[in-house]
Design a protein around this ligand. Structure first.
Ligand SMILES: *Cc1c(COP(=O)(O)O)cnc(C)c1O
Length: 383
């Protein structure tokens, strides 16, 4: 099956008792056993296994062309599970320098105190990756590409080759690209990780996370973490993500087409000093992105000429782009990373890492493109 067919059908078949075409919500915590410890298809208690979740997990696996899909209650619960399964005290995690803030907070505040070393480098620079792998053993390399909010690109195949030669596993947070645009496992990664809250769910109505992988032993470990910790999605969460995925390919096409038009519009605007979008030929990662992604996604950031206050003010002047954190829903969102998602980084450090005062991040939705451009135009006129 090709992607669109997989998205609509994988893991789901009409309910055998009623013919219901949509996967039912199995709101049952427990399952009747035929004889003590004789259970049907492994269903004994829903923390361990639930039929709505099973349908989602099969669908997720198929999306990334993986042997296994493991669903969690949030993207961060999924990230926590990967690190728990792949890293032990005394080990080192090597991660990219423009990671989702919550990921770095999790590694620094929960894993570092347990004796796990966290090294942060620019993974778009292959010689920096090679150097860091030589300095000390690494168990897990944690990547995002494109990154948040600067849309930096890491060459997944090249980093995987270096990491595997050094005996490290590689996880790629594929939230921004989605399996429709990029397949980390096919490029050599050991784990593809998603915040399903974003494009997979796609409608800003659920918090959920997922891991896709091929290794049977690691998958078993992840299912153990799921059952032992219990950060599992409920049946309604699974239903919403499954329903969202049915239109993933259609939505992504529109997200990409709209974002391309917005990026081109911003690149030609006198009030804008920089546009970060991997689809622009001027973007430093454009060539690698064109090689490893089938299109460039719906996320853009740009620098409005002016102060922190000007950047903040701009985000209050758009009418369609709603001022909010998160991304990947059908509706367009706008935010100001220096004062919102990345406010915890000291100003000096923030600027040094490329996060300018006037940096604005857009999650370009699937609305009519002319309305979106008009909305930005009227906002520029007010600042
Ligand atoms: C939102 C996000 C996360 C965290 O996911 P939650 O579902 O909010 O826990 C992780 N990585 C990226 C890239 C994200 O955008």
């Amino acid at each position: 099956m090709r992607f669109g067919t997989t998205a609509v059908h994988a893991g789901q078949s009409p309910d055998p008792t009623t013919g219901a075409i949509m996967t039912p919500l199995f709101c049952s915590s427990t399952y009747v056993q035929e004889y003590p410890a004789v259970v049907k298809d492994g269903y004994d208690y829903s923390r361990g296994k639930n039929p709505t979740r099973t349908a989602l997990e099969s669908n997720l696996a198929a999306l990334e062309g993986a042997r296994h899909g493991v669903a969690f209650a949030s993207g961060l619960a999924a990230i926590h599970a990967v690190a728990t399964a792949a890293v032990s005290p005394g080990d080192r995690i090597l991660c990219g320098n423009d990671l989702y803030g919550g990921t770095l907070r999790l590694f620094r505040r929960l894993f570092e105190p347990q004796g796990i070393e966290i090294s942060v480098i620019d993974t778009s620079n292959l010689s920096a990756v090679e150097e860091a792998l030589k300095q000390a053993p690494v168990s897990l390399v944690w990547l995002e590409t494109p990154t948040n909010p600067l849309l930096r690109i890491t060459d997944l195949a090249a980093v995987c080759k270096l990491a595997h030669e050094a005996g490290a596993r590689v996880a790629c947070d594929n939230t921004f690209a989605t399996p429709y645009l990029q397949n980390p496992l096919a490029l050599g990664c050991d784990f593809a990780v998603h915040s399903a809250t974003k494009y997979l769910g796609g409608h800003s109505d659920v918090i959920s996370g997922a891991i896709m992988l091929n290794d049977d032993a690691l998958a078993e470990k992840l299912h153990f973490v799921q059952m032992a910790v219990g950060a599992v999605p409920g049946p309604m969460d699974c239903f919403l993500v499954l329903r969202g995925i049915k239109t993933l390919h259609i939505r992504m096409e529109r997200h990409c087409a709209n974002a391309k038009r917005v990026a081109e519009y911003l690149a030609g605007h006198a009030r804008v000093s920089k546009v970060h979008y991997p689809g622009l030929a001027s973007h430093a990662g454009h060539e690698v992105a064109a090689r490893q992604m089938s299109d460039f996604g719906g996320m853009i950031s740009f620098v409005l000429k002016g102060s922190v206050e000007d950047g903040m003010k701009f985000t209050t002047k758009t009418k369609l782009f709603a001022l909010a954190e998160s991304l990947g829903g059908v509706e367009s969102l706008i935010e100001h990373p220096p004062s919102m998602t990345h406010a915890s980084i000291p100003a000096e450090e923030r600027r040094a890492s490329g996060l300018d005062d006037g940096l604005i991040r857009l999650s370009v939705g699937i609305e009519d493109i002319d309305d979106l451009i008009q909305d930005l135009e009227q906002a520029f006129a007010q600042v």
